[in-house]
Design a protein around this ligand. Structure first.
Ligand SMILES: C[S@@+](CC[C@H](N)C(=O)[O-])C[C@H]1O[C@@H](n2cnc3c(N)ncnc32)[C@H](O)[C@@H]1O
Length: 261
């Protein structure tokens, strides 16, 4: 039995539930991985960007004793309900209503005051912005995150990234066909860890750590077996990810700090 998305505490083991409330590889284990890398501390104020149904947002609030503001501009693709309403539902279920706030907005224009957050966390979100709106817009998102973090604040970015190799020949026609945020547009969405870290440096961050997640491929494999959309369409995205097999596709992270002034 795969168990790469299980948290270390062993408290969260229902992968079907986790993957139906999250959207992307890694589930709560990804969030735990990021929180540890970011060294979040109790009582801190964390912004979570791109929350889907807010499951990871509530996990951050509960397990790390944080005040979490979750932002997402979109509605759920399965039921059309705004993501922040799903966050409210989860906040009730997790007993976190006093520590989780949802706002229907997105990057790059958050309208938060500068120097507001101790931590900013974003997983499997900004690569979609890059795919849809281009790398200049991606850079604007990073600059906005830099602006709203307080000096010394930490940004944890996790997203699908590709190994620093050319796209394998059999996958090239699929990944470069163009079109949205699915596999046919992934050549436009994804970058290497080095490219992503350099973009963070370009807007002013000090990069503390950046790498491919050791469990990246296991998270992807688990995603295709548990994500409800993959399960409903095994011949679609799931088949392409399986064909890749971790040759080009991976999952990377960057932990970056806004310099102390
Ligand atoms: C693939 S989901 C990732 C959810 C979750 N963070 C995870 O790791 O599973 C991407 C989320 O980003 C949201 N999103 C899309 N554009 C956004 C933007 N400009 N700003 C913030 N969130 C955005 C989508 O609505 C969706 O909920």
């Amino acid at each position: 039995m795969n168990q790469f998305a299980y948290t270390k505490s062993g408290k969260y083991i229902d992968l079907s539930l986790i993957y139906s409330e999250c959207s992307g590889p890694g589930g709560l284990r990804l969030t735990e991985f990021m929180a540890e890398k970011m060294q979040v501390r109790p009582g801190a104020r964390l912004l979570d960007i791109g929350i889907e149904r807010g499951y990871q947002t509530c996990f951050l609030a509960k397990e790390y004793d944080l005040l979490v503001i979750g932002i997402d501009p979109d509605d759920d693709r399965a039921d059309g309900v705004p993501h922040i309403e799903h966050l409210q539902r989860n906040a009730r279920a997790w007993g976190m209503e006093d520590r989780v706030i949802g706002l229907k907005l997105g990057v790059p224009e958050t309208h938060f005051a500068g120097n507001t957050f101790d931590f900013v966390h974003s997983t499997t979100t900004l690569e979609m912005v890059r795919g849809l709106f281009g790398v200049d817009n991606y850079r604007k998102c990073l600059a906005e995150i830099y602006r709203i973090l307080r000096p010394g604040g930490i940004f944890g970015l996790g997203e699908p990234m590709h190994h620093d190799i050319p796209i394998p020949a059999d996958l090239l026609p699929i990944y470069t066909k163009g079109g949205g945020v699915g596999p046919e547009g992934w050549a436009d969405c994804f970058a290497t860890v080095a490219e992503t870290a350099n973009l963070c440096r370009a807007v002013g961050f000090n990069v503390l750590e950046s790498d491919y997640a050791p469990d990246a491929w296991n998270w992807w494999d688990e995603f295709i077996h548990n994500d409800p959309h993959c399960k409903a369409d095994p011949e679609g995205e799931a088949k392409i990810i399986q064909q890749d097999g971790g040759r080009w596709l991976s999952y990377g992270y960057v932990i970056a700090q806004k310099p102390h002034q």
